[in-house]
Design a protein around this ligand. Structure first.
Ligand SMILES: [Zn+2]
Length: 308
């Protein structure tokens, strides 16, 4: 089971500044691992609003160096490293993010990289199993499963996928964790053939679908091309994210329904502050679920006290 928590389903330069929809990326909440993908502006605040603890994030994945995908990575590195006191946490990022682009701009500082346990440069042709060393105490993680021999390994597999985007070092990916295969296009134009093959056989494809139609501006996915990709790759589910201002204003749910009927692939629009549970196949309000869980815990504690 993996819960996909959206901290921002907005994309494009207009929404970035206006923040009609958030730009904090998304989190993958597995049985033993918590990953955060593309933490753009507002990621930390959205994460706190959703009832998550940023010090419990195990890994950040940053697919390219653009500000709407990386701006909060530094502050999240401070959280992951226990307020900078422990070298902990993994950052998997494009070379441009870690080492700089052709102009020498790097978007996660050396200081913040140095706070983490590991920084791994990753690209579109890479494929790697990442092992995360967890602390022994189960309370030190967001783990839902009890510690012990039956606890699943704290690892995930990442396979890079090529993109056609302004940051040439950027990558999309297919990530496998807890038996769930999740694809993420990141920002890209559709690459026929390459994307059809790379995203085949997924449980969920998260598509950064900026627009409902092509408008001559390159480097991004629009619904027409996404329909072609879905018809060919046939994931079990597609979730729209990174939607531009026009798409947000015209109605993401209606656009998802249109894509679903044209492609034959179940398609839904991502929702800020909600997580999609791959087991229960539905949306849950992250903050409400967190509150409910802590109230249940409190009641159980009270019950235990009465018994003692
Ligand atoms: Zn971009």
């Amino acid at each position: 089971m993996v819960d996909i928590l959206f901290l921002g389903t907005g994309g494009g330069r207009f929404n970035l500044v206006k923040q009609l929809r958030g730009t904090g990326g998304f989190m993958l909440l597995g049985r033993t691992l918590t990953l955060h993908v593309d933490p753009g502006p507002g990621a930390l605040l959205r994460l706190l609003d959703a009832g998550q603890d940023p010090t419990k994030t195990d890994a950040l994945i940053v697919t390219h160096m653009h500000v709407d995908h990386v701006s909060d990575a530094g502050v999240l590195a401070e959280a992951m490293s226990g307020f900078t006191f422990t070298r902990r946490g993994l950052l998997v990022a494009a070379q441009s993010v870690l080492e700089g682009d052709r102009h020498g701009d790097r978007t996660v500082s050396r200081y913040h990289q140095g706070l983490l346990g590991e920084c791994a440069a990753f690209g579109p042709n890479d494929s790697r199993q990442f092992e995360i060393k967890k602390e022994k105490s189960p309370s030190s993680s967001t783990a839902r499963a009890p510690a012990g021999p039956s606890t699943p390994a704290s690892s995930f597999h990442l396979r890079g996928v090529p993109v056609k985007h302004d940051d040439k070092a950027g990558f999309g990916f297919v990530l496998e964790m807890d038996g769930v295969k999740i694809g993420y296009t990141s920002d890209t134009e559709y690459l026929p053939g390459i994307h059809d093959r790379a995203y085949a056989g997924l449980d969920v494809l998260i598509a950064n679908n900026l627009k409902s139609a092509a408008d001559g501006i390159p480097d991004h996915l629009h619904s027409g091309d996404l329909i072609k990709l879905l018809k060919s790759a046939k994931p079990k589910l597609c979730i729209l994210s990174h939607m531009g201002l026009g798409l947000i204003q015209s109605g993401p749910e209606a656009e998802a329904a249109r894509i679903e009927s044209a492609s034959g692939v179940p398609t839904i629009a991502g929702k800020d502050g909600y997580y999609y549970c791959t087991d229960r196949c539905g949306w849950f309000d992250a903050a409400k679920e967190k509150k409910k869980a802590s109230e249940e815990k409190g009641r159980a504690r009270e019950g235990q006290k009465k018994l003692e």
